[in-house]
Ligand binder design. Structure first.
Ligand code: SF4
Length: 396
């Protein structure tokens, strides 16, 4: 079902210090730097410009991500949220998320952002083990995490998400179990659990030879433990890496996975609306000089949307809905169902009243399954083309 309201992403690419595993488009810049002022002013200008052109329509979710939005400080965040409120048509029940890190989130900031309309906080925790946090270049401690959560609750934030990472250097299963238990004890409504990926060019990648990292099997066990543990604690898995108490699914992220329209502002941010997808280069310096370099802009055809549908929907527990698929793409679902039945035989996929989705074990090999389904789609198209060429219109 098409949702007429769009998701809005605002990229705030500044952090206290670069974490050693991070390859996001961010820079370590002191909070008082005029560079951040310039950037936020520029972002506000672009929001006003685009809203004047009336392209974006109604907005139902806003996401302030980064980087570390809490690092830019309250005066600049106020300016940004005021500009948004004045320029955009925000839905009355808009979900407005701000990412924050424990070291820069103060009680007064969390109170003020709530007053300005932010109603969801996503806190970068990663681990509750201080030694592990230091090893990956995080600048906060577990105690600061606890203080940030207390501040959020005092400020009436009732939708709190915590980000965790598993598969960290030297992290044992016991370490991960403790981090999960500590995180659940903090009572968040939502948890995201990501497996560490060594990204080329990061300090951690350069040191990879000296690190003790889990192999594929250990990483899989760690993931499956999290899925089971969180289920027992009342968190439903709704996407490969995301878990929520009933009613607290991230509406913003679901929009991406359900192929809804979104707009992004900032270097490296992508937009996809009016059937055009475009994104700006990840060049912060250039962005500040006013050079908005389009990295990519394309009009997606039905085949590409179909492939995207499979790829994104199979990340979610909502999965693929055969009727919707056939209606949307005018394609028979049966060839894909045949393949999914084989996956079900191996415990990798399951069919319920809504459609097909992957199991936690299936999520571990989702790229392979998605590849097989996309190949099957291509074969099916080929069969139809050949049938049309023969004039056999029963097959088309
Ligand atoms: S705080 Fe987040 S965005 Fe900033 S460097 Fe660390 S991982 Fe990257």
């Amino acid at each position: 079902m098409h949702d007429p309201y769009r998701a809005l992403y605002l990229h705030l690419p500044f952090c206290v210090k670069r974490c050693s595993y991070c390859d996001f488009a961010t820079a370590a810049v002191p909070a008082e730097s005029p560079q951040i002022d310039e950037y936020v002013e520029d972002l506000c200008l672009q929001i006003r410009r685009q809203s004047k052109e009336g392209e974006l329509g109604g907005i139902s979710t806003v996401y302030l991500g980064g980087g570390t939005p809490s690092h830019v400080g309250m005066p600049r965040l106020s300016m940004l949220l005021y500009t948004l409120g004045l320029s955009m048509r925000l839905e009355p029940d808009v979900e407005c998320t701000m990412e924050a890190n424990p070291e820069s989130l103060t009680s007064s900031m969390v109170r003020d952002i709530w007053a300005l309309g932010a109603n969801r906080l996503s806190l970068g925790v990663q681990s509750t083990d201080d030694a592990l946090l230091r090893r990956i270049g995080r600048v906060h401690t577990y105690e600061q995490v606890q203080q940030a959560v207390t501040a959020a609750r005092k400020a009436k934030i009732e939708n709190l998400s915590l980000d965790l990472i598993y598969g960290l250097p030297d992290q044992t299963m016991e370490d991960w179990q403790r981090t999960l238990a500590d995180a659940v004890a903090l009572g968040p409504e939502h948890l995201s659990c990501y497996g560490l990926k060594l990204e080329e060019g990061t300090p951690l990648y350069e040191r990879r030879a000296e690190l003790t990292l889990p192999d594929e099997e250990q990483q899989a066990d760690t993931y499956l433990y999290a899925v089971e543990f969180l289920k027992q604690c009342g968190y439903e898995q709704y996407e490969i890496s995301n878990f929520a108490r009933p009613g607290f699914v991230s509406r913003h992220n679901m929009k991406y996975w359900l192929l809804q329209e979104y707009a992004g502002f900032g270097p490296g941010a992508y937009s996809d609306f009016g059937n055009v997808r475009y994104g700006y280069a990840r060049d912060l310096e250039g962005y500040l000089r006013g050079e908005l370099v389009l990295q990519e802009s394309e009009t997606l055809d039905a085949d590409e949307r179909e492939r995207e549908y499979l790829m994104l929907r199979l990340r979610t527990v909502r999965g693929i809905e055969p009727k919707e698929f056939e209606y949307r793409f005018r394609q028979r679902f049966e060839p894909l169902a045949a393949l999914l039945r084989q996956c079900a035989g191996q415990g990798l996929a399951v069919e319920d009243e809504q459609g097909w989705h992957l199991t936690p074990k299936g999520f571990l090999v989702s790229n392979r399954i998605i590849g097989l389904l996309q190949d099957e789609l291509a074969r099916e198209k080929n069969r139809r083309l050949q049938a049309a060429a023969r004039g056999d219109y029963r097959m088309v």
